[in-house]
Design a protein around this ligand. Sequence first.
Ligand code: 13P
Length: 249
Amino acid sequence: MRRILVAGNWKMHGSGAMVQVLLEGLLARAGGGEVDVAVFPPYPYLAQTRSLLRGSSISWGAQNLNPVAQGAHTGEVSAGMLLDFGCRYVLVGHSERRTLYAESDQDVADRFQAALEAGLEPVLCVGETLEERESGDTEAVVERQLEAVLSQSGIEGFARAIVAYEPVWAIGTGKTATPEQAQDVHAFIRNKFASQDDIIAGQLRILYGGSVNGSNAADLFTREDIDGGLVGGASLKVEDFLAICEAVA
Ligand code: 13P
């Protein structure tokens, strides 16, 4: 049985004071129930996150990593460094990385593989733009993004990974995919994996991301192939994030 995971991607938001308030608020009420909870703070707050969340049922991860283990890569952070801060997860291929920082499908595949090799659980983000959806290319785009990773890490790589379907047009726009639209793409993703390995596909958690909030979470997360959410804006306020966690608990 796949458990629901509600994951908060804080993106480039926060301050030491905010992290304290947010995590203390989550610790008081989230985690330990029927829903798994995780947070993805910016790198500088990982140490603070670890010291607050250590020993709790709330997990944490980073928003990206460099695929190289170490070397002359000014400004970059490796998988081993993330492990030093107790990270369980790492996002790879978030659409903001793909578009604003020109990460290619191959870059994303390299990051996914480096995360796996280090023992982190990568959260592979995929999703189409509005233009791609409107021209009927949603499945082709998602397929291409998945295939880049599958051909490098194999289906076995997904035994310890998560996929997040995040339609670009729904991110930070207040425009959520309908539960039917999201379910259709999630089913497409699961079927793609199932054609290679039924068991891994059946166990794989596929999260939905894009304007998730306390009002739409229950309707999304009760769909057959939607196993939780990757939440941006609504993960930055304790009450908003808890509303999502509690909507499905
Ligand atoms: P919003 O929830 O703000 O739309 O962001 C979604 C997202 O990009 C999470 O990674």
